[in-house]
Design a protein around this ligand. Structure first.
Ligand code: ZN
Length: 261
């Protein structure tokens, strides 16, 4: 296998949502849990790459006004210093420095800043964009049209399966469907460690034991297979699986401004 490496990665904190654990996984408790909604900035010799884009800045002022009725069930904490543009600028970069934006899926806590990268190349799995435009009625509220429509004229690269972004093995986008039709994960190989970012393929570590997804998944059977795939990668490859929304996982690795190498 190609043995290229990305130079470094920053985990960018963004909004935090407080929701019942039962919303995050089948079999979860009614107890509330506060989860991070991070994005990840990756420096590669071919340019800066962003994985996911956090929540829209308007959510910091009024979540229900921007997100609609779904936000009525959430407690949102989104201090202004957590806005994605401020996080990126604090690292010394301009938004226009980002050349590639990789999207795990199009739920509202991942699409908030897509509008801010009109000159970037967006990469996503096939089926995700079309599904987000017309989801099944009971899942409509987790896709926010206002986040997606402004990107319609952007340059989108739609993948029909796993893709080695730069052909050097450093960034490998993996198709892990089920949470949504085009859900994907990203395997990041850095100089000293290898990290698998899982998108929302699973939300909490316990799902590696239950192998079941969450109530908003579009395809529970596919979701379970994708969790099995990630578990196999965790067990058979030398890498750290980092579950973005799991509060304990989030605390285990450094966040920006500290880079992970
Ligand atoms: Zn999601």
């Amino acid at each position: 296998m190609a043995d290229g490496k990305a130079r470094r990665m920053w985990a960018l904190p963004n909004a935090e949502l407080t929701v019942p654990q039962a919303l995050l996984m089948h079999g979860g408790a009614p107890d509330l849990v506060t989860i991070p909604c991070p994005a990840y900035l990756i420096e590669h010799e071919k340019g800066l790459v962003l994985f996911d884009t956090g929540c829209h800045p308007a959510v910091a002022d009024d979540p229900v006004a921007h997100w609609g009725p779904f936000a009525e069930h959430l407690q949102v904490s989104y201090p202004k210093e957590m806005l994605l543009d401020r996080q990126i600028q604090a690292l010394g970069y301009k938004m226009s420095d980002i050349k590639y934006v990789l999207i795990s899926h199009l739920h509202l806590d991942h699409t908030g800043y897509m509008h801010a990268f009109p000159n970037a190349t967006f990469i996503i799995m096939q089926d995700e964009l079309r599904y987000a435009y017309w989801p099944e009625p009971h899942l409509r509220d987790v896709f926010v049209f206002k986040d997606i429509v402004p990107t319609r004229g952007f340059q989108w690269l739609e993948l029909n399966g796993d893709f080695d972004i730069f052909g050097d093995g450093s960034l490998h986008m993996l198709k892990t469907p089920g949470h949504t039709p085009g859900e994907s994960s990203l395997h990041v190989r850095l100089p000293n460690r290898s990290i698998l970012l899982v998108g929302d393929t699973l939300h909490l570590r316990e799902q590696f034991n239950t192998l079941s997804g969450m109530p908003l998944d579009t395809d529970p059977a596919a979701s379970s297979l994708s969790i099995q795939r990630l578990r196999a990668i965790r067990d058979l490859h030398e890498c750290t699986v980092w579950i973005s929304h799991d509060p304990e996982d989030w605390d285990e690795l450094p966040h920006a401004p500290t880079a992970i190498e």
